[in-house]
Design a protein around this ligand. Structure first.
Ligand SMILES: NC(=O)c1ccc[n+]([C@@H]2O[C@H](COP(=O)([O-])OP(=O)(O)OC[C@H]3O[C@@H](n4cnc5c(N)ncnc54)[C@H](O)[C@@H]3O)[C@@H](O)[C@H]2O)c1
Length: 392
């Protein structure tokens, strides 16, 4: 089984799907690995390092697609909505593909991918189970985003983060408030604390309270309870507009008293809820910073502009998307570990093992034989269910 790694082509993308450290393990497991020349350079991994670990370097992108049985990418067509379409002409039926495919993003894109006949696996659909934890690329990238969001806020803030007692007087610690204490939010709390800030967080899932506190953050309790706050995978469930309106009202004072707000509240496949209105921004101190990690899905702040940094009412609002690419060395390393664990799970005796009983295979398999076969994705797009033997 030959695994192919093309260079990422999304504008500004610096990650690569495999780093040299995972090559020996893949070779030992029976894979051959081909890498497009210079695919890892932007992450800090040179062709010589891949070659020394046993990968073959191919000069042309088309040669990687032509040689490989399975292509692994970070942003595949679908999540690469800028120029990813060029890959469609390079796939052949029956070839496999694994990476971020944004399966709930656009039915047209997923249909076009299916039409190539490629057997594709969307890492976003990885089940949240102990067995799949080593393959959970979403959590890896969320960890990086949570970390980087705090560094960006510290850079843009006119304040110091730690409390300092100096000859020039005492400096009080910055107050960092995190909305949404999932993987990114928890990493943001830990990072803010390491920089000496006072961190507090709120999440509508009651289960997150203990996790916030275990990181030394203060959990902000609001007198409002979500109905059925989380699904069985641990993702938040969408609430009705009256719930969000109540949240905004209750969050107003906490936001106004914070020097930095990091918002991470997302619902899979849905627009992110607006939790910070323009009026709430107006009530913040000038120089405050909001980093809206939900910006790619519309943002938690009403004023967020996707992929831009703006100033409104004296407050800096960061809507940068794809933050993980700004830490490409470790983002690629973590992603590579996830993908290589997935590949070794997926391939048995040199063949794709599409076991329908396996929740990891069934959960991530998106397209096969020209069709969208994932039951969750079909249901999301109101497509009729397929007979069970066609899904995996
Ligand atoms: N393998 C595993 O078992 C596994 C892997 C990853 C994550 N998890 C768990 O899944 C949960 C969700 O993690 P995630 O980071 O992927 O979530 P996510 O990225 O989908 O969402 C981020 C956070 O925003 C919160 N949120 C959504 N709407 C909100 C609102 N209106 N108000 C306040 N908060 C809101 C969510 O509850 C979540 O905690 C966490 O408990 C995490 O620990 C488990």
């Amino acid at each position: 089984m030959i695994v192919g790694v093309p260079r990422e082509i999304y504008p500004g993308e610096r990650r690569v799907a495999l780093d040299p450290s995972v090559i020996p393990g893949l070779v030992k497991a029976g894979f051959e690995v081909v890498i497009e020349a210079r695919a890892g350079v932007e992450s800090g991994y040179l062709d010589e390092e891949y070659a020394a670990k046993g990968a073959r370097i191919l000069p042309a992108r088309a040669a990687v697609f032509a040689t490989a049985d399975i292509i692994v990418q970070v942003l595949c067509f679908g999540s690469n909505d800028k120029n990813g379409r060029v890959d469609l002409g390079l796939f052949r039926p029956g070839q496999a593909l694994a990476g971020f495919l944004r399966p709930l993003g656009s039915i047209e894109a997923t249909r076009d991918l299916a039409a190539t006949g490629v057997t594709s696996f969307a890492v976003e659909l990885m089940p949240r189970s102990t067995r799949a934890q080593s393959m959970d690329a979403l959590s890896s990238m969320a960890t990086i985003c949570g970390y980087k969001s705090v560094l960006m806020a510290a850079e843009l803030s006119p304040r110091l983060f730690p409390m300092l007692i100096t000859a020039a007087g005492t400096i009080t610690a910055a107050r960092v408030f995190i909305i949404g204490a999932g993987v990114a939010g928890l990493q943001a709390i830990a990072t803010a604390r390491r920089l000496g800030a006072v961190a507090s967080a709120y999440d509508m899932r009651p289960a997150s309270k203990e996790q916030v506190q275990s990181l030394g953050g203060r959990f902000v309790e609001l007198p409002i309870e979500a109905t059925d706050a989380q699904d069985k995978q641990g993702y938040a469930r969408a609430q009705d507009e009256s719930f969000y309106a109540k949240q905004r009202e209750l969050l107003g004072n906490v936001v106004a008293e914070s020097d930095v707000v990091i918002s991470t509240a997302v619902i899979p496949g849905k627009r992110s809820p607006i939790l910070i209105t323009e009026d709430m921004v107006r009530r913040m101190h000038p120089g405050s910073v909001i980093v809206d990690l939900a910006s790619e899905r519309g943002g938690n702040c009403e004023l967020t502009k996707p992929d831009e940094i703006i100033e409104a009412h004296g407050v800096t609002i960061v809507g940068k998307i794809n933050l993980a690419t700004s830490v490409p060395y470790h983002a690629s390393r973590m992603y590579a570990r996830n993908i290589s664990a997935f590949l070794t799970h997926l391939v048995k005796d040199g063949k794709l093992n599409l076991d329908p009983e396996d929740d990891i295979v069934r959960g991530t398999l998106l397209t096969r034989d020209g069709e969208i076969v994932n039951p969750q994705v079909r249901q999301f797009y109101s497509l009729p269910a397929l007979e069970p033997q066609r899904t995996a």
